[in-house]
Ligand binder design. Sequence first.
Ligand code: DAK
Length: 259
Amino acid sequence: MAYETLQVRTEAGQVGIVTLHRPKQLNALNDQLMDELGAALKAFDADDAIGCIVVTGSEKAFAAGADISAMAKYEFADVYGRDFISRNWEAIRSIRKPVIAAVSGFALGGGCELAMMCDFIIAAENAKFGQPEIKIGIIPGAGGTQRLPRAVGKSKAMDMVLTSRMMDAQEAERAGLVSRVVPLDKLMEETLGAALAICQMPRLAAMAAKESVNRAFEGALSDGVQFERRLFHAMFATADQKEGMDAFLAKRTPAFGHR
Ligand code: DAK
């Protein structure tokens, strides 16, 4: 499928890479981009050859937020009545394969929220994260007030949401928002290394691990631990559990069949 606001490719036949591509608007997110992003992610999720997905932007901007020129004229009836963006925004949360955000430059507003909806974030040294919506008279609308405090704690989240202060890559790593910081020219190499490592893992276990970590992030601890226990038990119904443990005990490389 041809996209106008994205570039889509695969690496080594196993990693699906989606590059946000509205360069003149610093990848500002509009309805078309969100529709295309949802379609591209779902296509990779449904492709048996793909084991991991990467979402990235340009050197200057992962995404500078929702498109302010589109939002500027909206009234309450437009955004509430038409459920602004929500119809396609949550598509990324339904993706079952691991999704890595490779962030360089600005990840602001909806851009920061999009990165946080990915499973983890690898940041280039020039990355800047922020929720500056308050400066244009709104608040974060796609989970920023929920995921940011869970990631960085209440104090830093309040600081960012209330003052619009941006967090640089180093601070984001210290605070736990990103998993690693790498030089800008190594961003894709490092991210693809992580993605390919995930592709070598048994597919069902990777999906179950993602689902379970998300449960820890999104729900109560007691529910999460119970959910984890059930999925852990379920892994013993897979052939790859037998293969992985047999291979370990036999000191050989496992041959996973993803079943
Ligand atoms: N929307 C539209 N255009 C944008 C944009 C944006 N968010 N950000 C940048 N641009 C455009 C600029 O207007 C400029 O266009 P031209 O003037 O060249 O035509 C071009 O990109 C380059 O930007 P600058 O000239 O400003 O570049 P600088 O390097 O000087 O500054 C900047 C970069 C990223 C610091 C600055 O552009 C900036 O502050 N941008 C706005 C950041 C922002 O406020 N973002 C939050 C937007 S609100 C929801 C889901 C999501 C959301 C809401 C609801 N639901 C599910 C309900 C999300 C809301 C938001 O993200």
